[in-house]
Design a protein around this ligand. Structure first.
Ligand SMILES: [Zn+2]
Length: 312
């Protein structure tokens, strides 16, 4: 059961655009690619968690709020039950995970390389305090760390918090339902409304200026690095036989994410490598975007899009 759909993180949408527009020979390319990989894995873990609820059955009334964000906190999910609230921190990392409750150290070892990471135990401690405060300290609040990568091996030392693989979460929730059975009941929709009143809309990702020239052109979605040319109302790939009418939309999404949210006819032609002004006018008109200015100062307002979202 979901209250709101989990959105792809804005930083991931931005990084994908940056990767597509960074030349593969540029020194920054590998770093951007690695960041895209990490954020994609994190988001995949969250969607596996979301899917778990399709199989979870309980007599208890409950709701799940994915990606709960306030001005100061970002929580992967909140599960609101009538007698307790569970805050979930989702980790999609492979390898050997070591958590030490005394030193507060959290490390991941993969291919003989160990790295220290932000301790989810400490993150949850902060989140628990926030949710207790928002609910006036009336209802028990329990943070749970959930690992979604089935290949990760968990080694816990003196950790008091519940830390489980995703497959074990239904068992832990049933245990909590049992444990809190004699506690007073609260109205679940009312609790959710209270929490949602503090939820912030997702902020656009603020990036620094990009210190190198971006690749221009409209790329083929079938063989992603090839450029397309526009003729007779269609974008045509020079490499494969792919033809698309709206291939410019992804270029416009990239423009919005990397350069600016409005575009003129001239900027559009430069970014898409299109020579014909009249074709550009035709395409931009067909987009039905809102505009500002008139004639030579006319600018098109590019709306927010997430066209690389393969889950849709
Ligand atoms: Zn192609």
């Amino acid at each position: 059961m979901q209250l709101i759909e989990r959105r792809r993180p804005n930083i991931l949408i931005y990084l994908e655009a940056l990767l597509a527009r960074t030349p593969s020979f540029h020194p920054a390319y590998a770093d951007v690619k690695e960041k895209v990989r990490t954020w994609t894995a994190g988001y995949a873990g969250e969607t596996w968690f979301d899917r778990m609820w399709l199989d979870y059955t309980s007599d208890e009334n409950f709701r799940v709020i994915p990606d709960y964000v306030t001005t100061s906190h970002q929580m992967d999910a909140i599960c609101v039950f009538s007698k307790f609230i569970a805050i979930i921190e989702i980790k999609n990392i492979g390898g050997v995970i070591e958590m030490d409750g005394t030193t507060r150290q959290f490390t991941r070892t993969l291919h003989s390389e160990s790295i220290g990471m932000r301790n989810p135990d400490d993150q949850l401690y902060r989140h628990e305090k926030k949710i207790r405060q928002l609910t006036n300290y009336k209802i028990p609040v329990i943070g749970i760390v959930v690992f979604t990568n089935p290949s990760s091996i968990l080694k816990l030392k003196a950790v008091e918090r519940r830390v489980v693989h995703l497959s074990g979460l239904p068992f832990v929730l049933d245990q909590l339902i049992e444990q809190y059975t004699t506690y007073p009941s609260f109205d679940v929709p009312q609790l959710c409304d209270l929490l949602m009143a503090h939820q912030c809309p997702p902020a656009p990702y603020q990036h620094e200026s990009i210190p190198y020239p971006l690749q221009t052109g409209v790329f083929c979605s079938a063989c992603s690095f090839s450029k397309m040319v526009y003729s007779r109302d269609l974008w045509r790939c020079l490499n494969c036989s792919n033809r698309q009418q709206d291939a410019h939309l992804l270029a416009l999404q990239d423009y919005r994410l990397l350069i600016g949210s409005t575009i003129s006819n001239q900027e559009f032609r430069r970014f898409t490598e299109m020579e014909s002004r009249s074709n550009a006018v035709k395409i931009l008109k067909r987009c039905s975007f809102e505009t500002v200015g008139t004639h030579r100062s006319l600018r098109y307002l590019i709306p927010e899009m997430d066209l690389r979202n393969k889950t849709k």
